[in-house]
Design a protein around this ligand. Structure first.
Ligand code: CA
Length: 330
């Protein structure tokens, strides 16, 4: 009897402790977060399950999914609404392009899309790799996959490793999808909800460039998820107060924050992060690439300036291991 009580107490203690750990480990509560941009895309073709598994193993906080719908309304994890820059669609379905010469994801069923091979990103005209030092073109065997496939991978790994790594999904081109007859946001929100991602306490962030759509996601579709307004133009920097009425963060290009070096030899930092923080908005900037330093001497210098001079809260990176390593040491 005594032994039984002891066992019950121990089990309860462990499970309570586990719950506590799970709550505290929700990465959004961390001061600096690492988002694997299209997976570990510096090492493996972007948005493949292999690149996601690799990024997962690098202990990132979030894995990113860009989402585009197929003809049969399956959310596909792919960056562009067309296929010819990351797949062999031109070889497999040569007649299926539109008059603009592009092969649209939405013109293919999920079953058809699975027949394609996924490659490292290349220029569809010259056939040269965009990042020639990365994974070689047309090697190995990678396929497109659905949002559900990716969530199952991440939730499966969370179970088998005991980690709590989140998802960070982007609704791509909602206006285009609407013209094609689909409500992409509704479809994605329903799937997220089915997998347990419903509120800000759940380990999920939803991002979109289209401010009307993100507003609609909050007010019309009544999402309680953590929402991030992506931005790319200077004119958007004046709309932080408005963004704060529906979003929890912004996702700017890092060059909107870190300007060139001034006469004093120091990097000039814009007011964007300060202003965002005054509006209670987190700042997750894109895209940090150690093979595209654009003026910085080293990747660590860029990260040092971004995290500790500009005070950004998170980065989208193609090289998650390098950012995790930097944050562990600083
Ligand atoms: Ca994205």
């Amino acid at each position: 009897m005594f032994r039984l009580i002891f066992v019950c107490f121990t089990v309860c203690f462990i499970s309570c402790k586990k719950n506590k750990i799970d709550m505290n480990s929700n990465p959004i509560n961390k001061s600096k977060i690492v988002i694997a941009h299209r997976g570990a895309s510096g090492y493996l073709p972007e948005h493949t399950l292999a690149s996601k598994a690799m990024a997962y193993a690098m202990n990132v906080d979030y894995l990113e999914q860009d989402i585009v719908l197929s003809k049969d309304a399956v959310p596909i994890v792919i960056h562009d609404i067309h296929l010819e820059t990351v797949t062999n669609v031109q070889d497999i379905f040569p007649t299926r392009k539109r008059s603009d010469g592009k092969f649209y994801v939405i013109d293919f069923t999920f079953e058809e899309l699975q027949k394609l091979n996924v490659y490292e990103r290349f220029n569809s005209e010259t056939k040269n790799a965009i990042f020639p030092m990365r994974f070689p073109l047309k090697k190995s065997n990678f396929k497109l996959h659905s949002l559900q496939d990716e969530i199952q991978l991440i939730q499966g790994l969370n179970k088998s490793t005991g980690k709590n790594i989140g998802i960070y999904s982007e609704i791509k081109e909602p206006v285009f999808h609407k013209k094609e007859g689909f409500d992409i946001s509704k479809i994605v929100l329903d799937i997220l909800s089915n997998y347990g991602y419903k509120t800000k306490k759940d380990n999920c962030i939803l991002q979109c460039f289209d401010s009307n759509e993100l507003k609609r996601i909050r007010f019309e579709l009544k999402s309680e998820l953590f929402l991030v307004q992506l931005i790319e133009f200077e004119t958007e920097e004046n709309k932080l107060e408005e963004f704060a009425t529906y979003a929890d963060g912004i996702g700017p290009w890092y060059k909107q924050i870190i300007k060139g070096k001034g006469e004093n030899g120091k990097y000039q930092i814009s007011n964007l992060v300060d202003n965002a923080h005054k509006n209670n908005l987190k700042v997750h900037a894109y895209t940090f690439r150690s093979d595209d330093l654009d003026g910085f001497t080293t990747f660590n210098e860029l990260l040092q300036v971004a995290f500790f001079e500009a005070n950004i809260d998170g980065v989208f990176t193609d090289f998650p291991d390098k950012v995790v390593d930097f944050l562990n040491k600083n």
